[in-house]
Design a protein around this ligand. Sequence first.
Ligand code: NAD
Ligand code: WQD
Length: 344
Amino acid sequence: MKPRILVTGGTGYIGSHTVVELQKAGYPVVIIDNLSNSNVKVLDGIERISGIRPDFVEADCTDIAAVRKLFNDYPGIKGIINFAASKAVGESMQKPLLYYRNNLNTLMNLLEVMGEKEVEGIVFSSSCTVYGEPDVNPVTEESPIKKATSPYGNTKQISEEIITDVINSGAPFKSILLRYFNPVGAHPSAEIGELPNGVPQNLVPYLTQAAMGIRKELSVFGDDYNTPDGSCIRDYIDVVDLAKAHVIAIERMLDNKSEEQIEVFNLGTGNGVSVLGLINAFEKATGVKVPHKIAPRRAGDIEKVWANPARANNVLGWVADTPIEETMRNAWAWQMKLRERGIM
Ligand code: NAD
Ligand code: WQD
């Protein structure tokens, strides 16, 4: 019997896909989520895919008493995957304290309780946002960390530092920091996916809503960048590929395979795709047109960033290899499922 894993933010977008992969690998899972950006019905979707309903505690990770209670109620937790965080870059500019409080207190509470409860390792959701606008692409884990351009981005940098300081102080556990590039797509079953709140800020949910006619047209933010077609370039990574990396990371720590007490990995495909390129891939994969227009640049956007995922490939034995067309088909199937269910 494999040990129990605590997944914070486990009813969220990346968390829910990771819970499915953990269950597939035989790990019993307990989720803590305050449902601030997700719906409890996600548990039904997880259960329909895996046949197992994960244990679920509706509570806030910033409430340390609730976190302690969870550890008492669910003994034997050996690993934590910490997804719980507020993640909207724009909102973080308006409400910085909410972001610092939520993201940092959540992490600090978990680190505190881990020490008390003999948890062996924590996987942390970091982001390519720590690299800012890189001088050179693709970025490796050694690329410089640039000054954060939003409170959200700053919480990721500070979180990495907090984990490093706590472990360097002699804490008896390990950590793996995973820097995600741009997670997109949905589970191929269309049972779980991304549930954007209100008008989507991210490209793929906006694109699928425009394709469905929920939005008039997608604005392509800028076609005058220094890139082959003038639109920005990102590294879009399939959410199921991303989820699988978390299982490998947890296993690595619990099986004592980590080479250092803290390890950092870029999680991306290694391929840069432009906004116009992604629209093309979607149309090719689904046969559905995306109404779009060229619009002014969005303030604060990075021109181009993509990963060098060699360390994750070689050390973790993990590769993000889902073709972008397949990812786009899954994103579309999920959008259609939301329509079918009358959600969107
Ligand atoms: P999400 O909003 O879908 O999931 C986060 C979940 O955490 C939600 O279910 C929310 O209700 C929950 N939550 C938030 N604060 C909480 C708290 N204090 N206590 C308990 N639950 C809480 O986001 P996601 O896209 O799945 O992102 C997961 C993690 O990955 C986040 O840490 C995010 O910053 C990071 N990340 C995301 C992206 C991306 O583009 N989606 C990229 C890089 C990093
Ligand atoms: C992707 C590209 C836009 C919407 C954000 C966070 C980052 C990380 C991932 C968490 C850009 C263009 C978008 C639209 C468009 N999250 N775009 N029209 O900005 O790369 O990163 O999510 O850590 O921290 O900043 O993702 O999906 O918003 O944009 O043209 O309506 O799509 O300009 O080039 P981004 P995104």
